[in-house]
Design a protein around this ligand. Structure first.
Ligand code: PLP
Length: 399
């Protein structure tokens, strides 16, 4: 019905929290000075920028000097990979070996492919049916010329949480730098750069109720990456460009709020998520994608055989439900998601995916509504589908 509006796509982006918005506002209106300016008027911005850095560091168990602000998760990922490659080249180790996984976000995958063209060799580790990277496989892939390992903390499409601490321990034992794309993890599960044994970690504010267009890269001291963005020398010369003070302040406020609320919000979301999983996996020829246990508290993801994901989304949209199929950035392409193929789903089935990602404003009533509408849409689309046997009520394919 038109009266419904249920936003169930928090893995794509979130609304800015009121706390974050209020923290940002003065930096648009009254305290808008350039932090690099010398007069007192600009000092408030500078002070709040450094407070934001310290707050973000505290939330990750890092030190303020280890946090560099970026334009988001994509830039942080690009910088981590290209920065390490360039650093090693400067040290005389040009054209080394990089290990990543087959299910990374395109910000990592496309940067890895770019580096392959520059002469680096890249190993894309496979994952199991739940989307997990095998620590033994990582250890087996490490070579004497391996310069970097980049494995995501949590997957954006299927919600699987990787064994990052264990992967980081292996990387460190072999003295290889370890980066994790923690864009889906930060603010959603506890993140501790020390416990995780990471050298580099990417985060993005808009995934945890901060503003879009701001993120950070954690760089463990004493590691120093060459700059990706050249210019006026901000961020200790490592990331030029006038500081996004409102963005940094909003990110810090949102992260503090998320981390402080985690022990309450995480079980609440997990209970809603599990209702979705229990309800929808009860449908015939429907499977959960991702790990049933090690998964993000708000993310429920499925494939429905005999259903086309795009059609499913359009029909859910008409019923007031915002959801995703595959990843947001690849939703314009017709290829099935690389993540769903990597967990071993056949092309035909991977096309019928649905990701419901819950967040702060979702309620039990939202889940009730989703559990009423999704089965109707799935049944309707199957009735129309050429790959669905209507008499037998099963897909036409034998697997
Ligand atoms: N990495 C992951 C795992 C993501 O889910 C996203 C989300 O889009 C990104 C990176 C990119 O972050 P951003 O949108 O801040 O560029």
């Amino acid at each position: 019905s038109m009266s419904h509006f249920i936003y169930a796509d928090h893995a794509a982006t979130t609304a800015v929290s009121d706390t974050a918005l209020q923290a940002m506002l003065p930096h648009f209106t009254t305290a808008y000075g350039n932090p690099s300016s010398l007069y007192r008027f600009a000092q408030e911005g500078k002070t709040d920028l450094e407070r934001a850095r310290a707050e973000i560091a505290a939330c990750l168990n890092a030190r303020p000097e280890e946090i560099y602000f970026t334009s988001g998760g994509t830039e942080a990922d690009n910088w981590a990979l290209r920065g390490v490659a360039e650093l090693m080249a400067l040290k005389g180790r040009k054209g080394g070996h990089i290990i990543t996984s087959a299910i990374e976000h395109h910000a990592v995958l496309h940067t890895a492919q770019y580096l392959e063209k520059q002469g680096y060799e890249v190993t894309y580790l496979p994952v199991d049916g739940r989307g997990l990277v095998d620590p033994a496989a990582l250890e087996g892939a490490i070579r004497p010329d391996t310069i970097l390992i980049s494995i995501m903390a949590a997957n954006n499409e299927i919600g699987t949480i990787e064994p990052v601490a264990e992967l980081g321990r292996i990387a460190r034992a072999h003295k290889v730098l370890f980066h994790t794309d923690a864009v889906q993890a930060v603010g959603h599960i506890p993140v501790d750069v020390e416990a995780w044994n990471v050298d580099l970690l990417s985060l993005s504010a808009h995934k945890f109720r901060g503003p879009k267009g701001v993120g950070a890269l954690y760089v463990k001291k004493p590691l120093r990456l060459p700059a990706l963005i050249q210019g006026g020398g901000q961020e200790k010369g490592r990331r030029s460009g006038t500081e996004n003070v409102p963005g940094a302040v909003g990110m810090a406020a949102a992260l503090r709020e998320a981390v402080d609320g985690l022990s309450r919000e995480s079980p609440r979301l997990a209970a809603l998520r599990d209702r979705l999983i229990d309800g929808l996996t009860g449908l015939p020829y429907t499977r959960l994608t991702g790990d049933p246990v090690n998964r993000l508290p708000g993310t429920a993801s499925f494939v429905f055989e005999g259903v086309e994901g795009e059609a499913l989304l359009l029909h859910l949209d008409a019923r007031g439900i915002c959801a995703s199929s595959g990843s947001a950035c690849s939703s314009a392409s017709l290829d099935p998601s690389h993540v769903l193929l990597a967990i071993g789903l056949p092309h035909a089935i991977a096309h019928g995916s649905l990701r419901l990602s819950l967040g702060a404003e979702n309620t039990e009533a939202d889940v009730d509504y989703i559990l009423k509408e999704v089965p109707q849409v799935v049944a309707y689309l199957r009735e129309l589908s050429p790959v669905w046997d209507r008499d037998a009520q099963k897909p036409t394919w034998e697997l």
